[in-house]
Design a protein around this ligand. Structure first.
Ligand SMILES: *[C@@H]1O[C@H](CO)[C@@H](O)[C@H](O)[C@H]1NC(C)=O
Ligand SMILES: *[C@@H]1O[C@H](CO)[C@@H](O)[C@H](O)[C@H]1NC(C)=O
Ligand SMILES: *[C@@H]1O[C@H](CO)[C@@H](O)[C@H](O)[C@H]1NC(C)=O
Ligand SMILES: *[C@@H]1O[C@H](CO)[C@@H](O)[C@H](O)[C@H]1NC(C)=O
Length: 270
């Protein structure tokens, strides 16, 4: 993680806590990692905000991060739920990469949450379509155009990566077989959607961090809810795109701002 990212995370937390003291910070790790990879970020936060309780949830680490995302949501929900109960003034949630999708599942389905700031750090929020190094490691023999053969099956949906594999050339199959992202995004209708959205948007502030140097998330704009159309042209998140779980409005290439009833939504781009 670059200094820049640390700085941005620091900034978003610092701004929020100026008036109220330091809320506990909960970190949800990403694919093939765990608490070890976040000791720097955690100590950075504790150093700059002495007394802050920073916890990286020690669940589904390393290879176990390939478990189906709904399973992971169950585990993380229990852990995070207990921490939130203890935090009367709410918590901040930092969700890294795949962890962002876990966080979305948790916040949609947890009965009650008190997340103040939700920070998505390089999360493939609109999915992934690119065989970058991480994916090569797991799918060495596949090229991206073929991964759907594996992912868009009942078996494939038992692998976390497939839960957010979004092949723009296989839209129909994605909508039919994906049992995670398509539901969270409301791309496939289901009766729980309204309730999921309501829960999610009760956060106070959303911070999206991503950028072209990402190297893993493809397209990198996925960390801002943007994604490829069927010609692999990136389509940025649109205000009218009600299929997203948030009502985010997009502006310019620098800052994406606003969010229904939540004028303080900030998106940082580096
Ligand atoms: C909640 O607070 C109690 C009392 O301070 C503590 O013993 C317990 O470990 C905390 N639980 C969690 C999950 O933070
Ligand atoms: C920090 O938070 C964790 C998880 O909620 C909890 O188990 C622990 O007791 C807390 N530590 C302090 C010093 O409050
Ligand atoms: C909707 O919620 C109910 C009750 O929580 C649950 O049993 C059901 O599996 C959910 N449906 C979906 C598509 O998640
Ligand atoms: C993709 O490109 C073709 C040929 O240039 C064009 O006809 C089509 O409208 C494009 N599709 C989208 C979704 O932009």
């Amino acid at each position: 993680m670059t200094e820049m990212i640390l700085h941005l995370v620091f900034l978003s937390i610092a701004l929020l806590d100026a008036a109220v003291g330091y809320r506990p910070v909960i970190i949800i790790h990403g694919l093939f990692d765990g608490p070890k990879q976040f000791t720097n970020l955690a100590s950075f936060i504790s150093q700059t905000h002495p007394g802050t309780n920073v916890t990286t949830v020690d669940l589904y680490d390393d290879m176990a991060s390939l478990k189906p995302l709904w399973d992971q949501v169950k585990g993380f929900k229990a852990a995070v739920g207990q921490m939130m109960e203890n935090a009367t003034d709410g918590v901040h949630l930092i969700c890294f990469s795949q962890g962002g999708l876990v966080c979305r599942g948790v916040l949609a389905t947890i009965p009650k949450h008190n997340v103040h700031s939700l920070i998505f750090l390089s999360s493939p929020l609109a999915g992934q379509y690119g065989d970058t190094s991480y994916f090569k490691y797991f799918f060495p023999k596949y090229i991206k155009t073929k991964i759907y053969h594996l992912c868009y099956t009942l078996f494939g949906q038992k692998i976390s990566i497939c839960n957010f594999w979004n092949d723009p050339h296989q839209r129909e199959r994605y909508l039919k077989t994906n049992n995670y992202l398509a539901l969270l995004n409301g791309e496939r209708e289901h009766p729980n959607l309204t309730q999921w959205r309501k829960r999610f948007v009760s956060i106070k502030k959303l911070v999206l961090i991503g950028g072209p140097d990402d190297g893993v998330i493809t397209p990198w704009q996925s960390s801002f809810y943007g994604f490829y159309d069927s010609n692999e042209t990136v389509v940025e998140m649109k205000a009218e795109d009600v299929s997203l779980s948030t009502n985010l409005l997009e502006h310019s290439n620098q800052i994406v701002l606003s969010y229904e009833h939540k004028p303080d939504l900030a998106v940082y781009l580096y």
